[in-house]
Every structure is written in C-alpha cells, then in structure tokens.
Design a protein around this ligand. Structure first.
Ligand SMILES: Nc1ncnc2c1ncn2[C@@H]1O[C@H](COP(=O)(O)OP(=O)(O)O)[C@@H](O)[C@H]1O
Ligand SMILES: [Mg+2]
Length: 423
C-alpha cells in the first residue's frame, strides 16, 4: 500500500520537499525513451525524485534519473513488485506497452497513475477511445466499423466506401494499418490488422478515410490553477506531416481561422474532460475545410510536441512535470514559430555516432537533441533538430537542414546480438 496515507489522484501542492534526503515527490516513469527523458529532466528541475523504468538497459531517461530498473512492464506481477518496492507518489506511463489492467488495480488500491489508469487503458484501445469520444464526449470523428472476420470486413467496406483505413485495435506507430483503395486489397488489409497489432486479434477497426487538409496535435493540459482548481489549457495547434506512418516533422503554431481554432479547442477539451486526471494529452485531429475530426489521443506528451522545446517557454514536458506534481500553471502562453525534424537511424547498429554537427549547428536558431539510445535500427528516432524562425517556413527549413546534415553523417558499430528494441 502507498506510504504516508496518500489518496489516489494528484493533490494540489504549495510546497516541495528535497529528493533523496527529504520527502520530495517520487515520480516513476514507466517507459524511459526520449519523451521520458525530457519529463525526467523537468521533474528533477523541480526537485522531484525520479525513477526510470524500461525493458532495456541504458534507455534515455535512465541516463538522467536518480534510479533505474529494467523490468518487463507488460508483466503484471513484475510491474506490481516494482511499484510496491519503490512506492512512487506518481506512476507516469510513457509508452502504451504496459499491463494497463494492473495499473487499474494499483490505482484502486490507492496508487496514483497519470493521468488516470482508466484513461491509459481507454486510449490504448482504438475501439474504447473512439466510443468514448463519439458517444460520451460527442465529438465528430470519421465513420467506423468494428469487425470480427473477413466477411464483416467486406461488408464494412461496402458501407463506408473506399478508401478505407484498416487498423489493429491495439497498436501504435502505424503497425497493422493499411489504407485500402481497392476491394481486392481487403483480405490482405484485414489479415495485416488482425495479425500485426500488439496482440493477434480477429477484431479490427475500419475507418472512413478522411482526405484532410491539415493534421494537427492539440496539446491539452489538465492542471491546477493557483486557486487549486483543475482547469484545462489548450496549446496552439501543432501541424505535422508524415511521409510514412511515423512522426517526421512538426511545427507550431499552425494557423487556422478563429472558428476552426475554437472547434479544435472544443474537441480537445471535450475528450480530455472525459479522460480526467492531470497532465498533458496529445489530441490528434484532422481538419478538412471548416470541419474538425477527432482521430486519437495520447494521455501523455506527444512526439509531435517535441517542437515545444523551441516554440513554448514551458515545453509539453515542463508542463506535464508541473501538472503531475500538483503545481499550478496559468496559461495559455504565446508561441514562437518553431519546427522539429527527426534524426533517424539508417540500419541496425550499436552506439550511434553523429557527424555533420558543424553544418547542422551553423545557425543560432537551431538546437539538437541526441537521445543517447545505445542501439539504432532503420527509422528508429535517435534525435531531433528543433529550430526557431521568423516564420514557420523558415523554421521548417532550418530544422530539416540540420536533421539531414546529421542523418547523412551517422555511423554505427556492428549490431549486438541483443534483441532489437521497438520505438
Ligand atoms: N481515417 C483516416 N483518414 C485519413 N488518414 C488517416 C486516418 N486514420 C489515420 N490516418 C493517418 O494515419 C496516421 C496514423 O494513424 P493513427 O490512428 O494516428 O495511428 P497510430 O496509433 O499508429 O499513430 C495518422 O496520423 C494519419 O496521418
Ligand atoms: Mg497517431
């Protein structure tokens, strides 16, 4: 059971103790990638005690935390044992691959999960989150069908029309996803979605394809105000493009007419009101003409939000850390035009070495973040270039140029026998 009589949920805080020797809040990161590393740094800047957890050693956040543990977080017993041993004040899921039913049980026993255990469970299940968004939050989303076999898939495609998007119920980073443009492709798409999600599952989601004009992430913060009331602050829209299914480039702010902006804010607030708790959410939306469609939501800082390292005084990581520690925030804050461009691995390899830095850093508006991942593979995110500019176009050009200089000069040592880690 939690120590010192804590109740579930993050309490409003007006005072913080010292780490290691005092009663500073203890933050346990479940997942220790680059997103976790930034959360860890920001939490430590506030004097928190940070424990980093992941399934492989030397993960990015482990390199900056007070303590680190290598644990299979998908194993409920291992997860529980670690929580009971460390007794953290807050459990902060950084990835989806966690035994979320165990998080729900831990929360019921009084441990605090960010933003709430139910929200982490709902958002990793496309059917649950889509139903919550459309039936409880009453936001607009693409039409969809859930199917349990190939025959139902064919029928759903008849109903929805082509193109249609096939997705695994539980997956991320585009795994198991296919855009079907021709009825002949239904069988392969169904098989892909049912076999290549996080688990094999005959149940598959099929969505109407939205030929959107813009794809944006609305970073939405649920946090205390200085009076101890939980309120919502929605950040400026983050535009992004994905040449494939993975995050590649993002920028902030993405400009919209006032009515579209209001609709984006209302959509984001409606969905996060249903999810509850405190912390940052990344609400993914499509905009087509004047219409906003909800797509999905991360109950944590979002990869496209790496741009806020340059565009906001308080990045999404700083805001997440502040909110989950129960500290107040007053927003929104002005945004400076900025862009972020990923630095990707080229092939499997060990101990990446980054070159091209004198060219990449030739402009004062550019910053680079190298994540310190011990291992690379093709398309693994190893770093990000963040740039400010007078305009979004200029910031995007700077970030892309810097990212590409570094990618071109990346060298790797021979791969180790250890199993490759997933993004
Ligand atoms: N219904 C849709 N219509 C058009 N594009 C879509 C649709 N669903 C997803 N996409 C595209 O595919 C990307 C990945 O889909 P998403 O549902 O966000 O899955 P993931 O969990 O892998 O991020 C989106 O960012 C968007 O570009
Ligand atoms: Mg997505």
């Amino acid at each position: 059971m939690p120590s010192h009589g804590r109740v579930a949920g993050v309490a409003f805080r007006d005072r913080l103790g010292s780490p290691l020797v005092g009663d500073a809040p203890k933050v346990m990161l479940l997942g220790s990638g680059e997103i976790g590393r930034e959360i860890a740094i920001e939490a430590m800047r506030l004097g928190a005690e940070v424990v980093a957890v992941d399934r492989y050693d030397k993960a990015p956040a482990m390199q900056v935390a007070h303590r680190a543990h290598v644990v299979a977080m998908t194993d409920p017993a291992a997860l529980r044992a670690l929580v009971e041993r460390e007794a953290p004040d807050v459990l902060v899921p950084e990835i989806e691959q966690i035994a979320t039913p165990e998080l729900v049980r831990l929360e019921a026993e009084g441990w605090t999960v960010i933003p709430r255990a139910d929200a982490t469970r709902a958002t990793m299940d496309r059917e649950r989150i889509r139903r919550l968004a459309t039936e409880q939050a009453h936001v607009k989303a693409s039409a969809f069908r859930m199917v349990d076999n190939l025959e139902e898939a064919r029928q759903a495609v008849q109903d929805l029309g082509l193109p249609a998007v096939f997705k695994s119920v539980m997956s991320s980073s585009g795994h198991g996803m296919t855009v079907v443009r021709d009825a002949a492709a239904v069988e392969a798409a169904y098989r892909e979605a049912s076999e290549h999600g996080r688990v094999r599952n005959p149940r598959v989601m099929i969505e109407e394809f939205i030929p959107f004009d813009h794809e944006v992430t609305m970073l939405t913060l649920r946090h205390y105000d200085p009076n101890g009331q939980v309120v919502t602050t929605v950040m400026d829209p983050i535009g992004h493009v994905r040449p494939g299914t993975l995050y590649h480039e993002s920028w902030q702010p993405e400009g919209f007419p006032p009515d579209v902006l209001r609709s984006l804010q209302a959509t984001s607030t409606a969905v996060t009101d249903q999810l509850g708790g405190v912390g940052i959410f990344g609400v993914e939306c499509f905009v087509r003409g004047g219409t906003v469609y909800f797509s999905e939501v991360s109950p944590r800082p979002h990869d496209t939000g790496l741009v806020t390292l340059g565009s906001q005084w308080n990045s999404e990581f700083a805001l997440h850390a502040r909110a989950i520690l129960g500290l107040p925030y007053v927003g929104p804050e002005p945004t400076t035009p900025a862009a972020a461009h990923v630095i990707l691995g080229s092939a499997p390899g060990w101990a990446p070495s980054f070159g091209g830095l004198s060219s990449a850093l030739a402009d004062s508006g550019v910053r680079i973040y190298l994540f310190g991942k011990p291992e690379a593979y093709a398309d693994r995110r190893l770093g990000v270039a963040v740039a400010r500019g007078q305009t979004i176009a200029e910031a995007r050009a700077f970030a892309e140029r810097a990212g590409h200089h570094i990618e071109r000069e990346l060298t790797l040592q021979a791969p180790r026998a250890a199993p490759a880690d997933h993004p």
